[in-house]
Design a binder for this molecule. Structure first.
Ligand SMILES: Nc1ncnc2c1ncn2[C@@H]1O[C@H](COP(=O)(O)OP(=O)(O)OP(=O)(O)O)[C@@H](O)[C@H]1O
Ligand SMILES: [Mg+2]
Length: 276
């Protein structure tokens, strides 16, 4: 492990209960500072489990996890993480503003400073005017935007995001993709991002990590050499299409797609990806 490593996983496996489901098997991965790494793989392959292990929310059965040169537990104590879960996890008794401001409260920010930052975050996720609402008064997509705002509010050095945009409409998703990239570049943070979407993974990432069906293993890594900063034009570049194809092939090699070959396979995949 080099001194420059933000996340280092060595031989990580996870079995839920003795003789139970093996969710992850022998995962090795090193993530450097400022990387944007996406994890992609079929449903149930262990992406959320891997992210939770990095975030010290569950313990691996075997293997080592080092974050910023210390244990994942210490990294959590030091507030090195911002986490966005697959489903928004909000406190129902707190308003939107007080949910977003929670990490700032915990970090000891005074009320005035918190208020300014929360307003900025509300604007970012287009929820200005909803600060006094409670989570149960919001739609699922709005709740997810609150949890994104909360995770970004304190500029965490390591952002763990589990399909954060899955519940959002396509337009909002593309806008937040661009915002996330802007924030990532400005803050210099490291991001580990789980997604089902091949094109989202390629668009956002510096590296795409491809996982196999359960038990989850890393079966391929695609370096994304698209220039930064990315823009809405990035998706139209020929290199973008090539990289999408590379990730798709890596998924297929790992067994992540049904391997049956047919004449319409390419079209089917494009239709599935574009949501047509
Ligand atoms: N707390 C748990 N107890 C028992 N089994 C679990 C637990 N959490 C996850 N699993 C199992 O581990 C496997 C991987 O689950 P995980 O949630 O990591 O998948 P995923 O890749 O995130 O899937 P999805 O894309 O559907 O979110 C699944 O078979 C799941 O049933
Ligand atoms: Mg998941």
């Amino acid at each position: 492990m080099s001194a420059q490593t933000v996340v280092s996983l060595g031989g990580v496996s996870k079995e839920f209960g003795k003789g139970g489901v093996v969710a992850l098997q022998d995962v090795d991965l090193e993530i450097g500072p400022g990387e944007f790494v996406s994890l992609i793989g079929p449903s149930g392959c262990g992406k959320s489990t891997l992210l939770r292990i990095v975030g010290d929310l569950i313990q691996p059965s075997t293997g080592n996890v080092v974050v910023n040169g210390k244990s994942a537990h210490q990294a959590r104590v030091d507030r090195d993480y911002g986490i966005v879960f697959q489903d928004a996890v909000l406190f129902d008794w707190r308003t939107v503003a007080r949910n977003i401001g929670l990490p700032l409260e915990l970090a000891g920010w005074n009320r005035e400073k918190r208020r300014g930052r929360v307003q900025e975050m509300l604007e970012l996720v287009e929820l200005t005017g909803f600060e006094s609402h409670h989570p149960w008064q919001l739609s699922g997509g709005m709740q997810q935007r609150v949890s994104i705002a909360r995770a970004l509010s304190f500029d965490p050095p390591l952002l763990l995001m589990d399909e954060p945009f899955g519940a959002l409409d396509e337009m909002t998703r593309e806008r937040l993709n661009l915002e996330l990239l802007r924030i990532w570049q400005a803050s210099g943070s490291t991001v580990v991002f789980v997604t089902h979407s091949i094109s989202e993974a390629v668009f956002l990432s510096t590296r795409v990590v491809v996982m196999s069906p359960r038990p989850g293993r890393i079966t391929g890594i695609v370096d994304v050499d698209l220039p930064q900063p990315r823009s809405f034009r990035t998706r139209e570049e020929p290199r973008f299409a090539e990289l999408v194809r590379d990730v798709r092939r890596a998924l297929r090699r790992g067994g992540g797609f049904e391997a049956e070959e047919d004449d319409h396979e390419e079209e089917r995949l494009i239709v599935a990806e574009e949501g047509l």
